[in-house]
Write a protein that binds this ligand. Structure first.
Ligand code: GAL
Length: 509
């Protein structure tokens, strides 16, 4: 729409941009500049971008099985079999990363590429070679690798013995993590063990939306979180005792949460929702033990339901000790917010996480909505979340490891630019207020397989032609915008956006 530079065209563009700006803008506080050495990056995950689902000895993951066996549960029956084909076309991703001028790239390693059946006995050198190549190329281009060990693609064989519902997950994960430290730890200095445990534990074990399609809410999801946090802490302990002295890296876990803005001044409800969501994993890691309010209320609910013990497993003794302090930074994935009040008449399924949390979530009808139905632009929510972390977790270092906007794939993606601009402003405002934030990571580098939404919600700064065998990447307008932010180390204003419209950045590959 804004590609023409005729006089009238400019007027139309100016008008349409200022219209868009009003919908999710955030007033600035303090300096427009990011701190020196602030790290800008982009993120992807293995199943979502790699393709090569059975290449070079890779074993099947639960997402391979799910997409192949339950196509009706994914929009248009899509799969990640090829996706952006980054397994065969990493050089195209590298070219985009260089063009953006990012300082870091967050990607995940596919467990079944390293151990095709999940176990150490199945070590696959070709999978290891692929990631060595990725890491070496990033470093050769001055881009820091940030590696997630697990982003949903569990080896199928581990699922056959119960996956995250079986405590055997813990030693299996520790062996996998140890292999990664041994193979890549000389060059990878920032690790995340798991991506968004609460998301995958709920979707996989309580809501039957993700594999293995278990539907035991308020029980199996809690068990899954418990095993995940223990596996994380055990891997952290191995790193500290065996690898840290030589490798000197840091480890976190990517935690996701909406922010919960109090509706009608219900701050207690907002705090409660935060403890149940971000606090579920962050409290044990930074303070020890699950949040008291969860322990107390879930036990009460469980006893009232006629059970003999709480549905929330105990995190005590050895485990409580080793979980406490098991992260060197706060890896935050944050996209959107909800308005919250205490629910008066809960109709949630009993038992369930929602019933235990016992709050009502709504959205403000004026919030700009994205291509993904859950995604609203609420930048003040990111500011609130960063304030909560600052106050609740002793102002620990935060790296924003995911934040992004989905749409239907347009190249003239003004709403993405607006979202990015406002959320970056939230980061700057929080830094101004004293938060220790050292990096920001946009999700995602390229359009990719968006889980059950298939390819219908696109988050990339680069479009990928999913119909072409070569999977060409084309920068969207937002890629140029982000590039300008990175180059100038500050939030870029409307004047610079007009420059972008002259296509200074865009080079079609
Ligand atoms: C996150 C997830 C990513 C991506 C993103 C956009 O929760 O970690 O894999 O799908 O949401 O929906």
């Amino acid at each position: 729409m804004c590609s023409s530079f005729l006089f009238i065209g400019i007027l139309v563009c100016v008008f349409s941009i200022s219209q868009t700006l009003n919908t999710c803008d955030l007033p600035a506080r303090g300096s427009p500049y990011f701190p020196k050495n602030f790290s800008f990056g982009v993120a992807t995950s293995a199943y979502q971008v790699e393709g090569g689902w059975n290449s070079d000895g890779k074993g099947p993951s639960i997402w391979d099985d799910f997409t192949h066996n339950y196509p009706h549960m994914i929009k248009n029956g899509a799969t990640g079999d090829v996706s952006a084909d980054s397994y065969h076309r990493f050089d195209m991703d590298l070219a985009a990363l260089k063009e953006l001028n990012v300082s870091h790239y967050r990607f995940s390693i596919s467990w079944p590429r390293i151990f095709p059946n999940g176990d150490i006995s199945s070590r696959n050198q070709m999978g290891i070679d692929y990631y060595n190549d990725v890491i070496d190329k990033l470093l050769a281009n001055g881009i820091e690798p940030m590696v997630t060990m697990f982003h949903y693609d569990l080896p199928s064989e581990i699922q056959k013995i119960g996956g995250f519902a079986n405590p055997l997950l813990i030693p299996k994960f520790v062996m996998y993590a140890t292999e990664l430290f041994e193979d890549f730890g000389d060059r990878v200095k920032i690790w995340m063990t798991f991506n968004e445990p609460l998301v995958f534990c709920k979707a996989s074990y309580a809501e039957a939306r993700y594999p293995p399609l278990v539907d035991v809410p308020g029980v199996a999801d809690y068990l899954c979180v418990d095993h995940t946090i223990k596996a994380h802490a055990a891997a952290y302990k191995v790193y500290k005792s065996r690898f840290y002295e030589k490798q000197r890296g840091k480890i976190g876990m990517a935690l996701d949460s909406y922010f919960f803005l109090p509706k009608l001044n219900e701050t207690e409800a907002s705090h409660r929702a935060l403890q149940f969501n971000i606090g579920f994993l962050a409290h044990p890691i930074f303070h020890g033990g699950y949040p008291e309010i969860m322990v107390k209320d879930i036990e009460t609910n469980s006893l009232n339901e006629g059970r003999i013990a709480s549905r929330l497993p105990r995190l005590e003794g050895y485990w409580k000790e080793i979980v406490k302090g098991s992260a060197d930074f706060f890896a935050l994935n944050h996209y959107t917010s909800r308005l919250i009040k205490r629910s008066v008449d809960p109709t949630f399924m009993n038992p369930s996480f929602e019933r235990d949390t016992d709050v009502d979530e709504t959205v403000d009808p004026t919030w700009l909505n994205g291509g993904a139905p859950w995604l609203y632009c609420v930048p003040e929510g990111l500011e609130g979340m960063l304030k909560f972390i600052r106050e609740e977790y002793n102002n620990i270092e935060v790296i924003i490891t995911e934040n992004g906007w989905g749409d239907s794939g347009e190249l003239e993606d003004d709403n993405r630019i607006q979202y990015l601009k406002s959320y970056l402003q939230a980061v700057l405002n929080a830094i101004h207020d004293g938060s220790h934030i050292t990096g920001y990571t946009y999700w995602s580098l390229v359009d990719n397989f968006e889980w059950a939404n298939g390819y219908t919600a696109r988050f990339g700064l680069y479009a990928v032609d999913m119909n072409s065998p070569k999977r060409e990447r084309t920068p969207k307008k937002s890629a140029g915008y982000y590039n300008q932010v990175i180059k100038s180390n500050k939030i870029v204003n409307e004047v610079d956006m007009y420059r972008l419209m002259k296509n200074q950045f865009v080079t079609k590959r």
